[in-house]
Write a protein that binds this ligand. Structure first.
Ligand code: C2E
Ligand code: MG
Ligand code: MG
Ligand code: MG
Length: 276
């Protein structure tokens, strides 16, 4: 699909790269230096209010343009970063970048945009994770309620009370908690009930299914009803066209994210989008 978006500013990679098999060890060896070599970048994808269709916040998504290996997608290197522990430094880098970029953006605009940052379970297992997050967000001067941490359900599978305690602590500090990739893997009632969620993000695969499968639609509609009763807002991912928009409307979704509005883009492109 890269051909359709071959505009220079979008760091989009083509199908060849998506499918090319780069050896894990090669990724690992190069990833160690990626931070030092300044090869890692954070891109931002707008999250739009379904009611006003205005941008409310951005999801920060890491990008790696390796001098040696070319563009590598997060799906290919995040698991390796987790396995090697490199995700600790990489995660801190993304958080710092994202908070300071959005804080700066907000200083120059009337709007107060929020930012969502993906967090790995490996980061959550670190003892100092919660204090580090607070330190980073405070240093950036981004109001804490404008930061949201995206966690996935697989993290909660560990049943780790320690992780749960950190999530509650951060939520009590006014940082948002979002349940990412809902509908994939291990979705359970348990997580919906026990986590202090601000948002549920419906994964793009279930959004897609909801267009062709009426029962999936009904189930997601019920999730939205539950969420609202529990004071949780719902974000739909992977909004690519009008069909998704109509489905989202019918479900009562609060926020929309997807290529229909914008792909993830670099800092200068964010400013351009907001100036329009
Ligand atoms: P995610 O958090 O679920 O992020 C959404 C993914 O969907 C992103 O892929 C985004 O580019 C893609 N996407 C957004 N809209 C559309 C659409 O309309 N259609 C399609 N087909 N795709 C869409 P990306 O950037 O490749 O990231 C993949 C995953 O890598 C993320 O999934 C997240 O789990 C992980 N990731 C990305 N950045 C970070 C990071 O900084 N830290 C951690 N721990 N994980 C990250
Ligand atoms: Mg996410
Ligand atoms: Mg997601
Ligand atoms: Mg996802």
């Amino acid at each position: 699909y890269a051909k359709r978006v071959s505009k220079k500013n979008y760091h989009f990679f083509d199908d060849e790269i998506r499918t090319q098999t780069i050896n894990e060890l090669e990724i690992e060896n190069n990833l160690r230096e990626a931070l030092l070599l300044n090869e890692l970048e954070v891109h931002y994808q707008p999250i739009v209010s379904n009611r006003t269709k205005k941008i409310e916040s951005f999801e920060a998504l890491i990008r790696w343009n390796s001098t040696k290996l070319g563009y590598i997608y997060p799906d290919a290197f995040i698991p390796i970063a987790e396995k090697t522990g490199l995700i600790i430094d990489i995660g801190a880098f993304v958080l710092e970048k994202a908070c300071s970029f959005i804080a700066d953006l907000n200083r120059r605009s009337e709007m107060k945009y929020g930012v969502s940052v993906n967090i790995s379970v490996v980061q959550l297992m670190e003892d100092h994770f919660a204090s580090q997050v607070l330190q980073i967000v405070e240093a950036s001067q981004l109001p804490k309620d404008l930061l949201t941490l995206e966690i996935t359900e697989s993290m909660m599978m560990e049943g780790n009370e320690n992780i749960l305690a950190k999530i509650f602590y951060l939520k009590n500090q006014n940082i948002g908690i979002s349940l990412d990739d809902f509908g994939t893997g291990y979705s359970s009632f348990n997580n919906l009930i026990r986590l202090p969620l601000s948002y549920i993000k419906l994964d793009r695969s279930v959004m897609k299914d909801s267009i062709v499968n009426e029962n999936v639609f009904k189930l997601l509609e019920s999730v939205v009803i539950f969420a609202h009763k529990a004071g949780i807002e719902v974000v739909a991912e992977g909004i690519e066209n009008d069909d998704y928009l109509k489905r989202s409307d019918a479900m009562g979704i609060d926020f929309l994210q997807g290529y229909y509005f914008s792909r993830p883009v670099g800092e200068s492109q964010v400013k351009k989008i907001l100036n329009k």
